[in-house]
Ligand binder design. Structure first.
Ligand code: ZN
Length: 182
């Protein structure tokens, strides 16, 4: 019998990027620091931040994902499209790996395109690419719950329980391996 998952780790990501991860369209999350080695291979909940990303709003990669290439530049794109997701857990993923962005001479050849950024944050330091795999979207986003910028943080138990209820099979392999987040 599978043991219950008592606590699930989470990453808070601003919308619209969190929605693109949920849809499986953006398997790379850019950060200024690597995620700790022990979290590689483990499940992580994708939590949508309270704050909308203005950068994401004008990001043509995201607009192309949402509207398709023909309409990306001309169709309206704003936070109202994602109003059911703010401050909620929207998906579960597995942390497949983490590496520092490669810096070839040609900036367009940075790894993990199109979503792997070369630089991160206002000071433009080298980005770290957190690789997400096996993404399962939650039909009904769970929450609201307060998010945190550091990756990862631990979801409250009641939120974890509601997430696990929606995708129970997702956690079976971690429980069998005795490595469920707790
Ligand atoms: Zn990369």
């Amino acid at each position: 019998m599978a043991r219950p998952v008592l606590a699930l780790l989470a990453a808070t990501v601003r919308l619209p990027y969190a929605a693109a991860i949920r849809a499986g369209a953006k398997p790379i999350e850019n950060r200024g620091k690597p995620i700790a080695e022990r979290h590689i291979g483990q499940p992580i909940a994708i939590h949508a931040a309270a704050q909308w990303s203005k950068m994401g709003e004008s990001d043509m990669r995201i607009r192309r994902w949402w509207w398709g290439p023909e309409r990306a530049a001309t169709h309206p794109f704003d936070a109202t499209l994602f109003s059911n997701m703010f401050r909620k857990v929207v998906a579960v993923a597995t942390v497949a790996g983490c590496h520092e962005a490669v810096w070839p001479l040609n900036e367009d050849l940075t790894c993990c395109q199109p979503f792997g950024d070369r630089r991160y944050g206002p000071r433009g330091e080298p980005a770290w690419h957190i690789e997400l795999d096996d993404i399962a979207s939650l039909d009904v986003p769970v929450g609201p719950v307060r998010g945190w910028l550091n990756i990862p943080w631990t979801l409250p138990e009641d939120i974890t329980r509601q997430v696990v209820e929606q995708v129970p099979d997702y956690f079976a392999r971690f429980e069998q391996a005795g490595t469920a987040a707790r």
